[in-house]
Ligand binder design. Structure first.
Ligand code: 8YV
Length: 313
């Protein structure tokens, strides 16, 4: 550590390359390394000028309250649902996100989950690998092309999913706070969108107004042939209602990359055959994570040299 460098706080472990680069420019305090984080914050919180955190982690307001000199938070990701943006605005704290860098990857995953679920990819892979094919034929799956995809939330990621769905000949509808200049039907609410959809894809922020937006009523509207795809945030879904709908077959299935209490996935969900699960890998490619790491570093460097982050929200 070089005492002339600004002091920053890292909330949870970052990818090693990013951590190493940050260490070249800043005095990095890793909150998770301190045996007594509360004592550290009490003693040294006043010296911290910036924070680096992940989209799925954010930072508690109780921590921000102990960092009066902190005026910049760089998020490794695009989700700000775990940061109190009213507090940051009131206290003049800039918050940067890795805008646009992960859009394609997350949209690719939404389509991957849609196709993999429809074509029963995981079970077919296991079947082929087991050698069972030598004694019996593979079972039939469900066609994805030409079906109806409802996209809840038509931001950059939602739009990228819509474009991909179009290429698969799907009819696309969406919900969004305002109408967009797109050739897709806009539904008034998520229940209407669910009723339209063969695949209901969630691409919404995990903000308070979206908390458990997908509940028993929405799932009932999605119906027996409907599949829920979630690449947004687990908190957007009432997980108990979802588990019940999956157990009772009131929806056909779900493909989920995100969960309410990550990294914990409820056992009831893990035991079901009509779910496809991935461990929050929407942006988890080498290329995208490298781009995200560069964005975080550049935002922090820009803030400490010009006072302005590059991709502040
Ligand atoms: C990140 C995310 O990969 O962008 C977000 O908000 O949740 C993910 O894309 C995650 O924050 C990295 O751990």
């Amino acid at each position: 550590m070089n005492a002339s460098q600004p002091q920053i706080l890292i909330i949870q472990p970052l990818m090693p390359q990013l951590d190493a680069k940050l260490s070249q420019h800043f005095q990095c305090h890793r909150l998770y390394d301190y045996q007594d984080p509360a004592l550290f914050l009490q003693r040294q919180g006043k010296d911290i000028q910036g924070i680096v955190t992940r989209g799925d982690v954010g930072v508690e307001t109780a921590i921000l309250e102990q960092l009066p000199a902190c005026k910049a938070i760089a998020v490794f990701g695009v989700g700000t649902d775990r940061i109190d943006l009213r507090y940051t605005t009131e206290h003049g704290i800039q918050v940067s996100i890795t805008s646009d860098i992960l859009t394609d990857d997350v949209a690719d995953l939404a389509m991957t989950l849609t196709l993999a679920f429809s074509r029963n990819l995981v079970a077919n892979h296991l079947f082929a690998r087991s050698g069972e094919w030598e004694s019996t034929g593979a079972s039939l799956a469900t066609k994805a092309s030409g079906k109806r995809m409802g996209i809840a939330g038509l931001g950059a990621i939602g739009l990228a999913i819509a474009r991909r769905a179009e290429a698969f000949g799907m009819e696309v509808a969406y919900t969004a706070r305002s109408a967009k200049d797109v050739p897709y039907k806009r539904c008034d609410n998520i229940e209407q969108l669910a009723a339209f959809s063969d695949f209901l894809v969630l691409s919404l922020p995990g903000s308070p107004e979206n908390l458990q937006l997908v509940d028993a009523r929405v799932l009932a509207a999605l119906g027996k042939e409907g599949v829920l795809i979630n690449i947004a945030r687990g908190t957007v879904v009432n997980e108990n209602d979802l588990i019940q709908a999956l157990q009772q077959g009131t929806i056909k299935g779900a493909a989920l990359d995100v969960f309410a209490q990550e990294p914990v996935i409820p056992a009831a969900l893990r035991e079901l055959d009509n779910v496809l699960l991935t461990p929050h890998i929407g942006s988890a490619t080498h290329e995208t994570r490298e781009g995200m790491a560069n964005n975080v570093l550049e935002n922090m460097l820009a803030f400490f040299s010009t006072g302005k982050m590059l991709t502040a929200i």
